[in-house]
Design a protein around this ligand. Structure first.
Ligand SMILES: Cc1cc2nc3c(=O)[nH]c(=O)nc-3n(C[C@H](O)[C@H](O)[C@H](O)COP(=O)(O)OP(=O)(O)OC[C@H]3O[C@@H](n4cnc5c(N)ncnc54)[C@H](O)[C@@H]3O)c2cc1C
Ligand SMILES: *[C@@H]1O[C@H](CO)[C@@H](O)[C@H](O)[C@H]1NC(C)=O
Ligand SMILES: *[C@@H]1O[C@H](CO)[C@@H](O)[C@H](O)[C@H]1NC(C)=O
Ligand SMILES: *[C@@H]1O[C@H](CO)[C@@H](O)[C@H](O)[C@H]1NC(C)=O
Ligand SMILES: *[C@@H]1O[C@H](CO)[C@@H](O)[C@H](O)[C@H]1NC(C)=O
Ligand SMILES: *[C@@H]1O[C@H](CO)[C@@H](O)[C@H](O)[C@H]1NC(C)=O
Length: 492
């Protein structure tokens, strides 16, 4: 009797696990793919998601803020552009314009404001650099910047030692800004004239305290059409370890808990960081050579956000964005003044804390950024240690102008340490510039089995040819993978 029951349960279990489609990863691209499948009346799919939550690199957390509260983002935060932006299309009425960029203020490590004109000049120079090299030979952000900088800014201020010094100190801040923009550890690896294309319009639209997570709710039609939510069956804490894709019949997936799933088709969405670390173990047989090369050549490092909440707002409404420029002497001195924490080539981790944004829709929250190769070590510090270091830097730069208080909530991101991400967003490297096929095409190419059936499709920001590294790129890549599958299923 017991045995029979066991058999029945086992059979049920086996039956339940054969799916038509399995989507690996419930981030922006996976959810977009599911949405598109549902639109085509395909509901026979499940998600396997390694995290305990939905959203992947979209991760909004709720903070109380005075009498009310709001969301801040540890991952994707701004909607970049309007024209041709699928995220903007779905949510224009919910987004708020910000004056970010217009209200940027640059401070020096002696606590003084940097001359506004000089600061604007250098930041604009940095902004326009890419246009200047459009269509030219592939060049790294570092080479392009230094070459042009020497022939314009430095030669202009040759006769003005004070400005020359400040301008020279600014180089490292620009290096930090490039590393932050591309999520790269080293700006000499970043391809400046890459394939990324900006959507025209406001580059910093924000969710005004609703968090980017709100977009996923819009995408899933959570509002007004509740029943649709039930069509997204997500299995959480289910880490895919192996995908056997070239057998006759179904694709077999094994997860960390030793569960086996079977499907006709798989849509695989984890980051390039996950692929770089695990592709050999994840796929059996191994991925084809062009894909392996692309995984090696594409850039994927990290940068780190620190969310800081204060008891009171000690800054003023005029500033939305603080940029920090270290003077070389101060930078050398911190290792003595503030000995604690990781260092590289004599430079303290604190010298890469170069920027703080005010959090949209929140009155007492700032979001700071660390960049560079020390990020993996900084992520491992204790919260108290990060808090003390950050407080020291803020006081140093802003203490003369403001009565800086200690943050009482400090939430650092851990995108690099987390094995489900291993970094922030993909970038094109100089090394990847001379390929015959664009790197994202290799990354997005489906795996066909022996019978020529597309059994594994790839989506994710890194597979988008012009909007990689963004949420709108991720969403479009999910739509593309689903469309490809729908087309195949309709033609079959
Ligand atoms: C700090 C930060 C700031 C950003 N800022 C912006 C911004 O302002 N604007 C913007 O447009 N974009 C921004 N981005 C980028 C944007 O968030 C991402 O491009 C986008 O969210 C990626 O979506 P995705 O679906 O491609 O990948 P992911 O969101 O990474 O989804 C993949 C999913 O796969 C899961 N997974 C991984 N491995 C496994 C496994 N073995 N088994 C099962 N599941 C697995 C992961 O947990 C994850 O949920 C930012 C990103 C970060 C990290
Ligand atoms: C999905 O099903 C509905 C209801 O049966 C039908 O009206 C619609 O045309 C179908 N859509 C597609 C894309 O097949
Ligand atoms: C945005 O919406 C417009 C109008 O509905 C449509 O023509 C366009 O293709 C959409 N663009 C994207 C990127 O979704
Ligand atoms: C720019 O100038 C600096 C110092 O003046 C020099 O060290 C550097 O090599 C120059 N870089 C380029 C790319 O010309
Ligand atoms: C800082 O605090 C001191 C003492 O309370 C006060 O006199 C001063 O005006 C404050 N400065 C600012 C910028 O708020
Ligand atoms: C790319 O190709 C150009 C022209 O063939 C060459 O000059 C350049 O050095 C190459 N760059 C890399 C990184 O291989």
């Amino acid at each position: 009797m017991k045995l029979l029951l066991c058999c029945i349960l086992l059979c049920l279990e086996l039956l339940a696990k054969a799916e038509k489609i399995i989507i690996v990863g419930a981030g922006a691209s996976g959810i977009a793919a599911a949405t598109r499948l549902i639109e085509n009346n395909i509901t026979d799919f499940i998600f396997l998601e390694a995290e305990k939550r939905l959203g992947g690199r979209i991760h909004s957390i709720y903070l109380l803020d005075g009498n009310s509260g709001g969301h801040v983002d540890l991952g994707g935060e701004y909607v970049g552009g309007e024209e041709g932006n699928v995220v903007f299309n779905l949510s224009k009425n919910e987004l708020k314009h910000g004056d970010l960029g217009k209200r940027t203020t640059t401070f020096y490590s002696d606590g003084k404001l940097i001359d506004v004109e000089l600061s604007k000049e250098i930041l604009l120079f940095k902004e326009h650099l890419r246009d200047e090299f459009e269509g030219k030979q592939p060049i790294s952000a570092a080479d392009a910047f230094l070459e042009r900088y020497n022939s314009t800014i430095l030669s202009k201020y040759k006769e003005n030692p004070e400005y020359l010094q400040k301008a020279t100190d600014f180089i490292e801040t620009c290096e930090n800004i490039f590393r932050f923009r591309h999520g790269a550890f080293d700006w000499s690896k970043i391809l400046l004239n890459d394939h990324y294309r900006i959507c025209k319009g406001d580059q910093n639209l924000n969710w005004n305290g609703k968090g980017y997570r709100h977009f996923l709710d819009l995408l899933m039609r959570k509002f007004g059409d509740e029943h649709r939510l039930r069509l997204y069956p997500i299995f959480y804490s289910e880490t895919v370890m192996k995908i056997m894709w070239n057998k006759a019949g179904k694709v077999e997936i094994f997860t960390e808990r030793d569960k086996k799933y079977e499907a006709d088709h798989v849509i695989f969405t984890p980051s390039v960081g996950v692929l770089k670390e695990n592709h050999e173990k994840l796929f059996e047989p191994n991925l084809p050579a062009n894909k392996v090369n692309a995984i090696k050549e594409i850039g994927f490092d990290s940068a780190m956000k620190v969310i800081l909440q204060f008891n009171e707002k000690w800054w003023d409404d005029e500033v939305l964005d603080f940029i920090f420029v270290w003077n070389k002497e101060d930078e050398a001195k911190i290792s003595k003044e503030y000995q604690f924490g990781p260092k590289k080539e004599g430079k303290s981790w604190l010298s890469t804390f170069h920027r703080m944004f005010t959090a949209p829709g929140m009155s007492k929250v700032l979001i700071g950024w660390f960049t560079g190769p020390l990020v993996p070590e900084i992520e491992k510090l204790k919260i108290e240690e990060i808090k003390n270091g950050v407080h020291y830097v803020i006081k140093k730069f802003l203490g003369k102008k403001y009565n800086v208080t200690e943050p009482y909530i400090v939430i650092p991101s851990t995108w690099y340490t987390n094995p489900n991400f291993r970094g922030v967003y993909s970038y094109e490297t100089v090394e990847s510039a001379n390929r015959t096929k664009q790197i994202q095409e290799d990354l997005g190419e489906p795996l066909l089995n022996k019978d020529g059936i597309p059994v594994v499709l790839f989506a994710g920001e890194h597979t988008h040819k012009t909007h990689f590294s963004s949420v709108h790129g991720a969403v479009e890549s999910g739509y593309n993978a689903a469309d490809e599958l729908v087309k195949y299923l309709n033609e079959k």
